[in-house]
Design a binder for this molecule. Structure first.
Ligand code: KIV
Length: 265
Protein backbone atom coordinates (compact mmCIF):
# COMPACT_ATOMS: atom_id res chain seq x y z
CA UNK A 1 0.00 0.00 0.00
CA UNK A 2 1.20 3.51 -0.83
CA UNK A 3 1.64 5.28 2.50
CA UNK A 4 2.66 8.62 0.93
CA UNK A 5 0.93 11.64 2.46
CA UNK A 6 -0.68 14.08 0.04
CA UNK A 7 -2.37 17.40 0.71
CA UNK A 8 -5.85 15.87 1.30
CA UNK A 9 -4.53 13.53 4.02
CA UNK A 10 -2.61 16.35 5.71
CA UNK A 11 -5.69 18.60 5.58
CA UNK A 12 -7.82 15.76 6.98
CA UNK A 13 -5.60 15.72 10.09
CA UNK A 14 -6.84 19.25 10.89
CA UNK A 15 -10.46 18.20 10.39
CA UNK A 16 -9.88 15.23 12.71
CA UNK A 17 -8.25 17.46 15.34
CA UNK A 18 -4.94 15.59 15.02
CA UNK A 19 -1.68 17.53 15.15
CA UNK A 20 0.51 17.72 12.03
CA UNK A 21 4.21 17.11 12.67
CA UNK A 22 6.75 18.90 10.48
CA UNK A 23 10.51 19.20 10.65
CA UNK A 24 13.11 20.68 8.34
CA UNK A 25 15.44 18.39 6.40
CA UNK A 26 18.27 19.23 4.04
CA UNK A 27 19.81 15.87 3.13
CA UNK A 28 18.96 12.22 2.49
CA UNK A 29 20.18 10.77 5.79
CA UNK A 30 18.19 13.10 8.07
CA UNK A 31 15.19 12.92 5.73
CA UNK A 32 15.18 9.11 5.97
CA UNK A 33 15.28 9.26 9.77
CA UNK A 34 12.41 11.73 10.05
CA UNK A 35 10.40 9.82 7.46
CA UNK A 36 10.80 6.58 9.42
CA UNK A 37 9.97 8.37 12.69
CA UNK A 38 6.55 9.37 11.32
CA UNK A 39 7.09 13.09 10.67
CA UNK A 40 4.25 14.17 8.33
CA UNK A 41 6.00 17.03 6.51
CA UNK A 42 9.69 17.33 5.57
CA UNK A 43 10.33 21.02 4.99
CA UNK A 44 13.38 21.85 2.91
CA UNK A 45 13.70 25.30 4.44
CA UNK A 46 15.86 28.13 3.20
CA UNK A 47 17.02 28.16 6.82
CA UNK A 48 19.74 25.98 5.27
CA UNK A 49 21.47 29.27 4.47
CA UNK A 50 21.98 29.75 8.20
CA UNK A 51 22.35 26.24 9.62
CA UNK A 52 24.27 24.62 6.74
CA UNK A 53 25.98 27.54 5.05
CA UNK A 54 26.77 29.69 8.09
CA UNK A 55 25.15 32.87 6.74
CA UNK A 56 23.52 35.30 9.14
CA UNK A 57 20.17 35.16 7.33
CA UNK A 58 18.47 33.33 4.44
CA UNK A 59 18.89 36.01 1.78
CA UNK A 60 21.85 34.52 -0.07
CA UNK A 61 20.22 31.12 -0.67
CA UNK A 62 19.82 30.43 -4.39
CA UNK A 63 17.41 28.43 -6.53
CA UNK A 64 20.24 25.99 -7.31
CA UNK A 65 20.75 25.44 -3.55
CA UNK A 66 17.05 24.71 -3.06
CA UNK A 67 16.81 22.39 -6.07
CA UNK A 68 19.87 20.45 -4.88
CA UNK A 69 18.74 20.01 -1.25
CA UNK A 70 15.18 19.28 -2.33
CA UNK A 71 16.41 16.46 -4.56
CA UNK A 72 18.35 14.95 -1.62
CA UNK A 73 15.34 15.07 0.70
CA UNK A 74 12.66 13.96 -1.75
CA UNK A 75 14.72 10.87 -2.58
CA UNK A 76 14.32 9.64 1.04
CA UNK A 77 10.69 10.53 1.80
CA UNK A 78 8.50 7.47 1.34
CA UNK A 79 5.68 8.86 3.52
CA UNK A 80 6.37 12.50 4.47
CA UNK A 81 5.05 15.28 2.24
CA UNK A 82 7.99 17.27 0.83
CA UNK A 83 7.51 21.05 1.10
CA UNK A 84 10.27 23.25 -0.33
CA UNK A 85 11.00 26.93 0.25
CA UNK A 86 11.20 29.32 -2.67
CA UNK A 87 14.28 31.42 -1.91
CA UNK A 88 14.52 35.21 -1.69
CA UNK A 89 13.63 37.03 -4.95
CA UNK A 90 12.61 33.83 -6.74
CA UNK A 91 8.90 34.72 -6.84
CA UNK A 92 8.72 38.46 -7.53
CA UNK A 93 6.17 37.96 -10.31
CA UNK A 94 3.68 35.15 -10.94
CA UNK A 95 5.59 34.12 -14.10
CA UNK A 96 8.96 33.99 -12.30
CA UNK A 97 7.39 32.09 -9.41
CA UNK A 98 5.93 29.56 -11.82
CA UNK A 99 9.23 29.00 -13.66
CA UNK A 100 11.13 28.55 -10.39
CA UNK A 101 8.46 26.41 -8.71
CA UNK A 102 8.49 24.16 -11.77
CA UNK A 103 12.24 23.58 -11.21
CA UNK A 104 11.63 22.67 -7.57
CA UNK A 105 8.95 20.18 -8.61
CA UNK A 106 10.61 18.69 -11.69
CA UNK A 107 14.29 18.72 -10.66
CA UNK A 108 13.94 18.76 -6.87
CA UNK A 109 10.95 16.46 -6.34
CA UNK A 110 9.03 19.08 -4.33
CA UNK A 111 5.38 18.24 -3.72
CA UNK A 112 4.49 21.68 -2.33
CA UNK A 113 6.39 24.98 -2.63
CA UNK A 114 6.43 27.51 0.21
CA UNK A 115 6.67 31.26 -0.16
CA UNK A 116 6.63 34.14 2.31
CA UNK A 117 4.02 36.90 2.35
CA UNK A 118 0.30 37.43 2.77
CA UNK A 119 -2.09 39.54 0.70
CA UNK A 120 0.69 40.75 -1.60
CA UNK A 121 1.38 37.12 -2.65
CA UNK A 122 -2.25 36.12 -3.28
CA UNK A 123 -2.06 36.64 -7.05
CA UNK A 124 1.15 34.59 -7.30
CA UNK A 125 -0.31 31.80 -5.18
CA UNK A 126 -3.47 31.71 -7.33
CA UNK A 127 -1.33 31.54 -10.48
CA UNK A 128 0.77 28.65 -9.13
CA UNK A 129 -2.34 26.75 -8.03
CA UNK A 130 -3.92 27.26 -11.48
CA UNK A 131 -0.79 25.67 -12.96
CA UNK A 132 -1.24 22.65 -10.68
CA UNK A 133 1.53 23.59 -8.22
CA UNK A 134 0.55 23.22 -4.55
CA UNK A 135 1.54 26.10 -2.27
CA UNK A 136 2.22 26.60 1.43
CA UNK A 137 2.05 30.22 2.62
CA UNK A 138 4.17 31.76 5.39
CA UNK A 139 3.07 34.78 7.43
CA UNK A 140 4.07 36.40 10.71
CA UNK A 141 7.82 36.77 11.02
CA UNK A 142 9.05 36.28 7.47
CA UNK A 143 12.81 35.60 7.58
CA UNK A 144 13.27 36.94 4.04
CA UNK A 145 12.09 40.35 5.38
CA UNK A 146 14.57 40.36 8.27
CA UNK A 147 16.25 43.56 7.07
CA UNK A 148 12.93 45.40 6.97
CA UNK A 149 12.23 44.29 10.57
CA UNK A 150 15.75 45.22 11.74
CA UNK A 151 16.36 41.65 13.00
CA UNK A 152 14.44 38.43 13.72
CA UNK A 153 11.61 40.00 15.76
CA UNK A 154 8.23 38.70 16.89
CA UNK A 155 5.49 40.14 14.66
CA UNK A 156 1.81 40.80 15.33
CA UNK A 157 1.98 42.25 18.82
CA UNK A 158 0.48 45.52 17.63
CA UNK A 159 -3.11 45.53 16.49
CA UNK A 160 -2.44 46.80 12.96
CA UNK A 161 0.23 44.09 12.45
CA UNK A 162 -2.07 41.40 13.84
CA UNK A 163 -4.85 42.49 11.46
CA UNK A 164 -2.44 42.41 8.50
CA UNK A 165 -1.24 38.90 9.41
CA UNK A 166 -4.82 37.61 9.81
CA UNK A 167 -5.84 39.25 6.49
CA UNK A 168 -2.77 37.73 4.83
CA UNK A 169 -3.56 34.22 6.02
CA UNK A 170 -7.16 34.52 4.82
CA UNK A 171 -6.02 35.89 1.44
CA UNK A 172 -3.64 32.95 1.00
CA UNK A 173 -6.47 30.51 1.75
CA UNK A 174 -8.77 32.25 -0.77
CA UNK A 175 -5.97 32.09 -3.35
CA UNK A 176 -5.82 28.31 -2.97
CA UNK A 177 -2.88 27.76 -0.60
CA UNK A 178 -2.90 24.26 0.90
CA UNK A 179 -1.54 25.30 4.31
CA UNK A 180 0.14 28.25 6.02
CA UNK A 181 3.19 28.51 8.28
CA UNK A 182 2.76 30.97 11.17
CA UNK A 183 6.16 32.07 12.49
CA UNK A 184 6.94 33.97 15.71
CA UNK A 185 3.60 35.58 16.45
CA UNK A 186 1.70 35.77 19.76
CA UNK A 187 0.06 32.44 20.62
CA UNK A 188 -3.35 34.12 20.95
CA UNK A 189 -3.16 35.50 17.39
CA UNK A 190 -2.05 32.10 16.02
CA UNK A 191 -5.00 30.48 17.78
CA UNK A 192 -7.44 32.96 16.19
CA UNK A 193 -5.94 32.42 12.73
CA UNK A 194 -6.05 28.64 13.16
CA UNK A 195 -9.75 28.84 14.04
CA UNK A 196 -10.52 31.20 11.14
CA UNK A 197 -8.85 29.04 8.46
CA UNK A 198 -10.12 25.74 7.10
CA UNK A 199 -6.60 24.90 5.81
CA UNK A 200 -3.97 23.80 8.36
CA UNK A 201 -1.67 26.23 10.14
CA UNK A 202 1.84 25.01 10.97
CA UNK A 203 3.37 27.01 13.80
CA UNK A 204 6.93 27.81 14.80
CA UNK A 205 7.07 30.06 17.83
CA UNK A 206 3.30 30.48 17.47
CA UNK A 207 1.91 28.57 20.44
CA UNK A 208 0.23 25.25 20.93
CA UNK A 209 -3.06 25.93 19.20
CA UNK A 210 -1.74 25.76 15.64
CA UNK A 211 -2.83 22.69 13.68
CA UNK A 212 0.76 21.52 13.40
CA UNK A 213 4.29 22.38 14.47
CA UNK A 214 7.60 22.73 12.67
CA UNK A 215 11.15 23.21 13.95
CA UNK A 216 14.53 23.55 12.31
CA UNK A 217 16.00 20.07 12.83
CA UNK A 218 19.38 21.36 14.05
CA UNK A 219 17.62 23.53 16.65
CA UNK A 220 15.65 20.58 18.05
CA UNK A 221 18.83 18.50 18.17
CA UNK A 222 20.60 21.36 20.00
CA UNK A 223 23.39 21.51 17.41
CA UNK A 224 22.68 24.86 15.74
CA UNK A 225 24.53 27.93 16.96
CA UNK A 226 21.22 29.77 17.48
CA UNK A 227 19.45 28.00 20.41
CA UNK A 228 16.20 29.87 19.77
CA UNK A 229 13.77 30.24 22.66
CA UNK A 230 11.00 28.64 20.55
CA UNK A 231 12.87 25.30 20.21
CA UNK A 232 13.42 22.50 22.69
CA UNK A 233 16.51 20.26 22.64
CA UNK A 234 15.02 16.79 22.08
CA UNK A 235 18.42 15.10 21.74
CA UNK A 236 19.39 15.84 25.33
CA UNK A 237 18.49 12.75 27.29
CA UNK A 238 17.18 10.75 24.34
CA UNK A 239 20.34 8.83 23.33
CA UNK A 240 20.14 9.05 19.53
CA UNK A 241 18.99 11.27 16.70
CA UNK A 242 16.19 8.83 15.79
CA UNK A 243 14.99 8.64 19.39
CA UNK A 244 15.02 12.46 19.60
CA UNK A 245 12.91 12.78 16.45
CA UNK A 246 10.52 10.03 17.62
CA UNK A 247 10.10 11.94 20.90
CA UNK A 248 9.42 15.17 18.98
CA UNK A 249 6.74 13.37 16.94
CA UNK A 250 5.17 11.98 20.10
CA UNK A 251 5.30 15.31 21.97
CA UNK A 252 3.72 17.29 19.11
CA UNK A 253 0.96 14.69 18.57
CA UNK A 254 0.24 14.62 22.31
CA UNK A 255 0.03 18.43 22.46
CA UNK A 256 3.00 18.52 24.87
CA UNK A 257 5.22 20.55 22.56
CA UNK A 258 5.34 23.52 22.34
CA UNK A 259 4.84 24.60 25.92
CA UNK A 260 4.22 28.20 26.92
CA UNK A 261 7.98 28.59 27.41
CA UNK A 262 8.45 28.08 23.62
CA UNK A 263 5.76 30.59 22.70
CA UNK A 264 5.31 34.37 22.63
CA UNK A 265 2.71 36.61 24.24
O1 KIV B 1 13.30 27.99 6.34
C1 KIV B 1 12.73 27.37 7.23
O2 KIV B 1 13.27 26.44 7.84
C2 KIV B 1 11.36 27.75 7.56
C3 KIV B 1 10.78 27.22 8.84
C4 KIV B 1 11.52 27.69 10.00
C5 KIV B 1 9.32 27.47 8.93
O3 KIV B 1 10.75 28.48 6.85
Amino acid sequence: MNDKLGIPRVQALKQAGEKIVALTAYDTSFAAILDTAGVDIALVGDSLGMVLQGQEDTLSVTMDDMVYHSSLVSRACRRALVVVDMPYLSYETPALACANARRLVQEGGAEVVKLEGGEEQAQTVAHLVEQGIQVCGHVGMQPQSVRAYGGFKVQGREQHQAQRIMAGALALQRAGAAMVVLECIPASLAARISRALTIPTIGIGAGEQCDGQVLVIYDMLGISPYRPHLAKNFLAGSGSVSAAIEEYVRAVRAGEFPGSEHSFK
